[in-house]
Design a binder for this molecule. Structure first.
Ligand SMILES: Cc1cc2nc3c(=O)[nH]c(=O)nc-3n(C[C@H](O)[C@H](O)[C@H](O)COP(=O)(O)OP(=O)(O)OC[C@H]3O[C@@H](n4cnc5c(N)ncnc54)[C@H](O)[C@@H]3O)c2cc1C
Ligand SMILES: NC(=O)c1ccc[n+]([C@@H]2O[C@H](COP(=O)([O-])OP(=O)(O)OC[C@H]3O[C@@H](n4cnc5c(N)ncnc54)[C@H](O)[C@@H]3O)[C@@H](O)[C@H]2O)c1
Length: 449
């Protein structure tokens, strides 16, 4: 049985970082993936999604300035856009694997299954290691209703050769919002169906309302407190049977289930390795170590709060560091920005207003909540942006930032400034004293403070 210092299961964001970090320190490393190398972010997530969003933003940006110096219609050419997207994703597996090989990391293809606490099998061949890092990611959650096989998931949407003329997104989270805005800009009749009352739970409700107004202005319909109970195929496409809303059925050409992602635990053989897990993922401590001290778990497969690329990367570095130098580094979840790449984008970091009020009461501090509409600001007017708003929550006495929430073009870039300020404890006065390049969206931050 071949032996390695470290075996990494999964070649996505987390697996990539962990494998390279261990190899850089001179360890012998094997990385294995059951799919072509590269993982979700590069192949089926952040990167290809952002290519579609960029095109949709260009269409929206042009139409927003019609009559204000911009003339003529722009149109989203889906077939060309998919070719453009594939130019990026096509080469990922080969480049990713070559990068591992160039660094001296061994690669293997196939399903990795634990056959004991310190060994795995890949396609009938056994391997052992001193340490393992499980970076097996997550997969789309399936809607368990009759006819669910007629639904697409995000992987399917990102591979669509032609856009339908009507589409429904089931779920009121990140993926539904981002893809719905792309579809709306392509002229697709788009409906979002959400079982709960509040869309984009976790984001500021006032800003979510403004985002939904922006979506409605682009032609998106929203059904809330509505559950899809059954899907039937009919001649024209699909009929969705919906309970809870006034609308009982909805006919669409295609429908996408975007109801969250679940850790990809199936077939890993975790019980043979003594690794505790729940449907939420592999249980880890703050060193990213599992119940088996030789095995660490990182990224979407671990039972942590975030399913994001930067947190996958940070957790992988944490696990690698703890394997190399003994458990000494804790995963640090301070000030993690998150962005819905809708049109406009919605971004947040830190506490919600509700959390901040609870925190203030508990700590006996005064809050300062700066909130407002930014659609009349020059930065919005010059690009024809009609939906822009912000909410910044500060500790009044120290001037430090507890939370920031931004809706608008470039919100995804601006939020990083707030994340940096929070991470390093910068105050309102310090931020205001900076000479921001002007006129930029980021220079608006001083008005928000
Ligand atoms: C549509 C979409 C858009 C997204 N957009 C963003 C975004 O804009 N920003 C952001 O921060 N995050 C985004 N995310 C989330 C982000 O992609 C994930 O958080 C991140 O990719 C997780 O990385 P990972 O390494 O943990 O898992 P993955 O990248 O999923 O890698 C896991 C790998 O493990 C392999 N594997 C699993 N089980 C086994 C096994 N038993 N044997 C061998 N191999 C195995 C899989 O084949 C896979 O390649 C998005 C996700 C989706 C779906
Ligand atoms: N820009 C980004 O950072 C980005 C973009 C896309 C995805 N992601 C990551 O991927 C994850 C998955 O995205 P997502 O949009 O699928 O999930 P999500 O968690 O953002 O939203 C899931 C939605 O589905 C609903 N839902 C859950 N179970 C349901 C059920 N059985 N029936 C009906 N509705 C149900 C939830 O109420 C929620 O509205 C996200 O949590 C996020 O971490 C991030």
């Amino acid at each position: 049985m071949e032996h390695f210092d470290v075996i990494v299961i999964g070649s996505g964001t987390a697996g990539y970082t962990a494998a390279h970090a261990c190899r850089k320190a001179g360890r012998s490393v094997l990385v294995v993936d059951k799919q072509p190398f590269g993982g979700t972010c590069a192949m089926r997530g952040c990167q290809p999604k952002k290519i579609l969003v960029a095109a949709a933003q260009a269409i929206h940006g042009t139409s927003a300035l019609h009559g204000q110096g911009v003339d003529g219609e722009s149109r989203l050419d889906w077939a060309a856009l998919m070719r453009f997207k594939r130019d990026f994703t096509y080469s990922v597996p080969e480049r990713s694997e070559q990068g591992f090989l160039d660094a001296g990391i061994r690669t293997a293809h196939g399903l990795a299954v634990f056959s004991g606490p310190n060994q795995i099998r890949i396609e009938k061949k056994g391997y052992s290691a001193d340490k393992f890092i499980i970076a097996a990611g997550a997969v789309p959650r399936k809607l368990s209703v009759p006819g669910n096989e007629l639904l697409m998931d995000s992987d399917g949407f990102l591979e669509l050769d032609a856009l339908p003329s009507s589409i429904a997104f089931i779920g009121g989270g990140f993926i539904s919002f981002e893809f719905a805005h792309v579809c709306a800009q392509a002229g697709v009749r788009t409906t979002m169906i959400h079982r709960g009352k509040s869309f984009l739970r976790g984001f500021d409700p006032d800003l979510v309302t403004r985002l939904m107004e922006a979506g409605q202005a682009q032609g998106i319909s929203f059904l809330r407190e509505s559950s899809v109970k059954q899907i039937d195929q009919d001649e024209g496409g699909l009929t969705l049977h919906i309970s809870g809303s006034d609308q009982q059925t909805l006919s669409v050409d295609k429908a996408v289930a975007a109801i969250g992602r679940v850790p990809d635990l199936a077939d890993l053989g975790l019980d043979s390795a003594g690794v505790e897990h729940t449907p939420r993922g592999i249980k880890v401590n703050s060193f990213m170590q599992t119940s088996n001290p030789s095995i660490y778990a990182v990224g979407d497969v671990a039972d942590t709060q975030h399913l994001l690329s930067p947190t996958a990367d940070m957790e992988a570095n944490t696990a690698a560091s703890n394997i190399l130098r003994g458990n000494s580094v804790h995963a640090d979840y301070t000030a993690i920005p998150s962005v819905v790449f809708s049109i406009p984008a919605l971004a947040a970091v830190g506490m919600s207003e509700e959390q901040a009020h609870a925190h203030a009461e508990q700590e006996g501090i005064q809050l300062m909540v700066n909130a407002g509409d930014a659609s009349e600001w020059m930065s919005s007017r010059r690009i024809g942006q009609k939906h822009a708003a912000y909410k910044v929550i500060l500790n009044e006495s120290t001037g430090t930032i507890l939370g920031a929430h931004i809706l608008g073009h470039n919100a995804g870039e601006m939020i990083n400034i707030f994340a940096m300020a929070m991470k390093f404890g910068l105050t309102r006065e310090q931020l205001k004293s900076l000479l921001w390049a002007y006129p930029t969206h980021i220079s608006d931050i001083k008005y928000m403070l």
